[in-house]
Design a protein around this ligand. Structure first.
Ligand code: ADP
Ligand code: ASP
Ligand code: MG
Length: 428
């Protein structure tokens, strides 16, 4: 094996669905060996097999009303440890020299925020040593370890973050995210039958799509790669065809385009009624939320009537109980007269470049919803997206309606309502 050379390195991440069964693990092992014909050095981050993490969460819930913190991470990290060793055995069986590593063995250091830890350092010594010894390095995704040797996890879907962090630390020429679809599509291909594969996109577009609900890639993974200039290739685990390239400068100057439609079901809408119209009230509410580690995604304050405001915001569904408890304190402190939490809602968005500064895109989105008699609850816009909160039950219909408006119903349609912009398949 030649000495380590970055140009001959590939970092790949295989998601849970790609290693869901022993047969799929075997197929991934074969694929890795196929890649070895092209790349001298291979580092692979792996997620837990299939629904293992969901099952571990259920197990935790069966013994605890509120599983969280250190003990939960001790349990959740087991899923990835099984996956790396099973893949290691499959490679060994094929005569290849693997080394499977937990995050602790690999040196993936995080802060101590259990269940949602952030990587602050990847010590590459062990990985480089193993690569120089000619081994295929298999790293448990989703896990980390603190400086005090505590096991942490990076948050759901965090296997992508491990892949990106390894690629960035090793200065890899590419980070391949290998998954159960062929790349990033204009809409979730499992919901929108006519969604098209996006051949290339910018980091910013990818982060916005991912943050708005396209779970094919974790937004923090795209952020890490953007920071270090590592190109990402989102592609299928099941074949070798190219997928979606995510890299810097992938959008044409001044070209406004909707790149995709996203949906997020895992949200709740919180409304504070009868809020005093005086300075400092909103600050109190959002400071409490920040202290409780609640991410707020969309905030709307309606203009005051009779010195009373209404504040609406959207949170992650799994924080609904935390916010309900905070709500009780707001009522007690007379910050609000009523706190309503609606869990039967969803968020839908069009994402792309220069969205807000291109007149008419929002109107087309609202019109598509209106034609399907889908009521819009809240609207928010930013330069890269227009999002609406709607009833949860109508989500899939809404996604298809908006996708049809911007991209048409034919996979290769180039005229009609979906006017395709310069880069081939983007709607403008
Ligand atoms: P993995 O197990 O590989 O991490 P995930 O289930 O986390 O895979 O992500 C892949 C899934 O993301 C796909 O099966 C698809 O249903 C979903 N998805 C949602 N939006 C998109 C999109 N815009 N493009 C591609 N896939 C998407
Ligand atoms: N196994 C973890 C999860 O299910 C991490 C991942 O799949 O990326 O969230
Ligand atoms: Mg994933």
């Amino acid at each position: 094996m030649p000495r380590f050379s970055r140009s001959r390195l590939v970092v790949q991440k295989y998601g849970g669905s790609s290693v869901a069964t022993p047969e799929r693990v075997a197929a991934v092992a074969d694929r890795i060996l196929e890649c070895r014909k092209v790349h001298d050095h291979i580092v692979v981050a792996v997620s837990a097999m299939g629904k293992t993490t969901d099952q571990l969460v259920s197990l935790a819930k069966s013994v605890s009303g509120n599983p969280h913190g250190r003990e939960l991470d001790q349990l959740l990290a087991c899923g990835e440890q099984i996956a790396v060793s099973v893949l290691g055995l499959a490679l060994q069986d094929r005569g290849a020299p693997p080394v499977s590593l937990t995050a602790a063995q690999c040196g993936i250091r995080t802060d101590g925020s259990f269940n949602n830890a952030r990587i602050h350092q990847v010590d590459t010594h062990r990985v480089l040593r193993e690569l120089e010894a000619g081994r295929i390095v298999i790293v448990a995704g989703f896990q980390g370890v603190t400086d005090e040797h505590e096991v942490t996890t990076l948050g759901r879907g965090g296997g992508d973050i491990t892949g990106a962090a390894l690629a960035a630390a090793l200065k890899a020429p590419v980070c391949e995210i290998c998954t159960d679809v062929d790349g990033v599509y204009s809409g979730d291909p499992n919901v929108v039958p006519h969604a098209h594969l996006i051949p290339e996109m910018s980091y910013e577009e990818c982060i916005e799509l991912a943050a708005s609900g396209a779970k094919v890639l974790h937004p923090r993974a795209a952020e890490i790669c953007m920071q270090d200039g590592v190109p990402i290739h989102v592609r299928s685990s099941f074949h070798m065809k190219p997928g979606t390239w995510v890299r810097g400068g992938a959008i044409k100057m001044e070209q406004a385009a909707v790149v995709g439609v996203t949906a997020d079901k895992k949200i709740a809408k919180v409304t504070l009624l009868d809020v005093h119209d005086e300075p400092g009230v909103a600050a109190k509410v959002f400071k409490d939320l920040a202290r409780a580690d609640v991410n707020v995604r969309l905030i709307i304050q309606a203009a005051a009537t009779h010195d009373r405001n209404r504040i609406t915001f959207v949170i992650d569904l799994d924080k609904a109980e935390t916010v309900r408890m905070l709500g009780l304190t707001w009522l007690k402190r007379k910050i609000a007269g009523e706190v309503l939490i609606d869990m039967d809602v969803a968020k839908i968005a069009i994402v792309g470049s220069r969205i807000a500064s291109t007149p008419g895109l929002g109107a087309r989105m609202f019109d598509a919803l209106a034609k399907h008699r889908i009521n819009i609850d809240c609207i928010s816009t930013s330069e890269m997206k227009v999002s609406c909160v709607i009833g949860g039950k109508q989500l899939d219909e809404a996604v298809r309606a908006i996708h049809e408006e911007f991209f048409g119903t034919s996979k290769r349609k180039t005229s009609g309502p979906a006017k395709i912009a310069a880069r081939g398949r983007r709607a403008s």
